[in-house]
Design a protein around this ligand. Sequence first.
Ligand code: GUN
Ligand code: ZN
Length: 435
Amino acid sequence: MTQTLLRGRLLSFVRAPQSLTDSESYRYETDGGLLIENGLIVESGPYADIKAKAVADAVEIDHRPHLIMPGFIDMHLHFPQMQVIASYAANLLEWLNTYTFPEECRFVESAHAQRIAGHFYDELVRHGTTTAVAYCSVHKTSADAFFAEALKRNMRMVGGKVMMDRNAPQGLLDTPQMGYDETRQIIAEWHGKGRNHVAITPRFAITSTPAQMEATQALAREFPDLHIQTHLSENHDEIKFTCELYPEATDYTDIYARYGLLGDKTLFGHCIHLSDREADAMSEAGSVAVHCPTSNLFLGSGLFPLKALARREKPVRIGVATDIGGGSSYSMLRTMDEAYKIQQLLGERLNPLESYYHMTLGNARSLSLADRIGTLDVGSDADIVVLNAAATPAMALKMEVVKTLPEELFLLQTMGDDRAIAETYVAGVAAKSAI
Ligand code: GUN
Ligand code: ZN
């Protein structure tokens, strides 16, 4: 029996924090032990207690004084956009047409898709992200590369081949039948294999004809347990064009509702400019609004009202994500730093406990996967991040005056990036140091 015993300061959330002083919302063990066996957390608690329970030859790794947390979860990013990052465009639609669509055409080639998949998981692991929800390109080859590499690395990943049959270059179009057939094939070949989850992925209403939306609806009916991911209400020109394409719908959200895509497994990227009616509809359906702060700032899309959506009488479920390659960093720390600044501009406060809740348990709950990831609970997958708040000289200098856990978390979020990730464990195996 091979066991791994991690020692360090353990931090994980049990519910959403209500305030910066809400110490009931998390568990914090200053000298903690985490025992791992067969990729799962089997014991968690004070180090001395856990050490006593470990087998004599358990491999012990001392991460003191670092923080040990559940691995970060990225709820929305685009696997074929690693080479789209940092493309200079005025807005979303120009960025899609000028850089993103041409780049995604390259993923028809298996060799290219496989090469990028290797880099993709390397970057996630380097940044402490252990689960991500990704869009592949329209090509089945891209989904095959995405899932094959996740399987090889034993990572819990959610992804899907995008379905898109109009308003894009020819090399990036499927048909309603092809999108349906290939998605079914991908589900048959990859869903539940290793820790892979397939998501039904119509890109957005602009690139799907009503016939393709019907095919998506058929998939959603046949596979009600699968996630659905798409984009919603990101940019004013996008919203206007979308509503022109579906004049019978009340608004953008209503388009998806009409095709049965508004449910509690649906993840809507962006949702920046929702009306009250749309927010109510999302709340009633239990759909998730996925906030992508670095992307929203980079593309000038707008300021996502995270706090306002969360405290409504009918609250909207929230996820947080990088949205690579509209987003500009793979780091969930950088992501939450920008999320904080967006709330500042809206006159709201996003406290550091809330940020770390969102990156871990919050996103796990929004994915309906909190029984597997997002906590350090016994029985969970041993997907873990180790954080060093003194990773750079400037961070170490600031750490000299940091006195509380929330202050340390805020420093990590404000100044941290991949350098602050001391180690990333995937199913109990040290993965960052192995890159
Ligand atoms: N809307 C449709 N496709 C995309 C995409 O690739 N990135 C972003 N940010 N928005 C989209
Ligand atoms: Zn996106």
